[in-house]
Design a protein around this ligand. Structure first.
Ligand SMILES: [Zn+2]
Length: 332
């Protein structure tokens, strides 16, 4: 679940699987008024980068792509790998399982802050957190996320559950020595207070950074990473670009949050890791720096936060029976 999901952006479950075909297990329902075709491939980057936050479990567009097709397209334009991010038990399991068989993918696992209130009300939040803790110990799971606070989509009544869940995720990240990927929507102060109260993990990332220049300075003071998404290219995002401008280069990361937040000039169309170069080029233009220099810096930062994509081997090779449009069974 993305930072910019609108109320119309509901997701439905699909019967997908992780058996080498890589069918998505969620579908984006918001089709109204959008161009549902995938944008063209950008010019390849000279220096490769990583997309440190994406949702390949969510299908979008008229002709959805499997995660392998997504990663093939990404590779062809210099996007070397992705962090595949879960937001509930099922998508976290899917993320961890895919990362085990796909060398270009590492995984992040968590209960999204907008999922926590319903689980808490049902009395199952602790069970879900126990699954996340277990997944956090698996090979090629390199981050706990996305977790955090969302005061945009969740009202007052759900906040206690969000805080409880966020604090638990911070502890899981530290106990497993993993990076933390934070979802912060309309909740900057509360997120920062919670991080300071519980103690932030050594490698803490604000996914889809949405603060202003002052917040960027504060994050810099604490050594927290700021990951910019396609919305940094939007016309109305001058505060975000101010934040980018003051963020130290050694704390910058880049992401798609696909299928959401498609960078200009394709805003509204399905987003995908292969469109990361558009965001990166927008950032480099704003910073008046060379795209390759920025790519090299961000790649170094990304590997410091998550390690190298080949640090832990995949445990099984893909079967390669070719494209198969048939949805497969879930991974239970
Ligand atoms: Zn996300």
């Amino acid at each position: 679940m993305p930072s910019d999901a609108m109320p119309s952006d509901s997701l439905t479950s699909l019967d997908g699987g992780v058996d080498g075909y890589g069918s998505a297990i969620r579908k984006r329902e918001n089709t109204q008024g959008r161009d549902l075709s995938y944008p063209p491939l950008p010019e390849p980057l000279t220096v490769p980068v990583y997309d440190n936050h994406t949702h390949l479990e969510i299908s979008d567009g008229e002709h959805p792509l499997s995660y392998r097709e997504q990663l093939d397209r990404a590779s062809s334009v210099g996007v070397r790998g992705v962090i595949q991010v879960g937001g509930d038990v099922e998508t976290s399991r899917w993320s961890a399982a895919c990362a085990l068989i796909e060398p270009r993918m590492l995984a992040a696992v968590a209960i999204h802050p907008n999922e926590a209130p319903a689980l808490d009300a049902a009395g199952t939040l602790d069970d879900a957190l126990a699954v996340i803790n277990e997944l956090a110990g698996q090979p090629r799971v390199v981050a706990v996320g996305e977790t955090g606070l969302d005061f945009f989509r969740t009202g007052e009544e759900g906040r206690a559950a969000q805080f409880r869940s966020f604090e638990a995720h911070i502890r899981i990240a530290k106990e497993n020595n993993l990076a933390l990927q934070i979802h912060d929507r309309n909740a900057h102060e509360a997120v920062i207070e919670t991080l300071l109260k519980v103690g932030a993990p050594e490698r803490t990332v604000f996914h889809c950074f949405s603060g202003d220049a002052d917040m960027a300075r504060l994050c810099a003071d604490h050594g927290w990473y700021m990951s910019f998404a396609g919305n940094v290219t939007f016309k109305n995002a001058s505060l975000l670009r101010d934040a980018l401008f003051v963020a130290p280069r050694n704390l910058l990361l880049v992401e798609t949050d696909a299928p959401f937040l498609t960078p200009l000039p394709y805003r509204g169309r399905p987003n995908a890791p292969y469109l990361l170069p558009n965001t990166l080029r927008g950032m480099a233009a704003h910073l008046e720096t060379d795209v390759s220099l920025l790519s090299a810096q961000i790649t170094a930062n990304t590997e410091l936060v998550y390690g190298r994509w080949d640090a832990e081997p995949v445990t099984a090779a893909h079967d390669d029976p070719g494209p198969d449009p048939t949805p497969r069974g879930g991974i239970a």
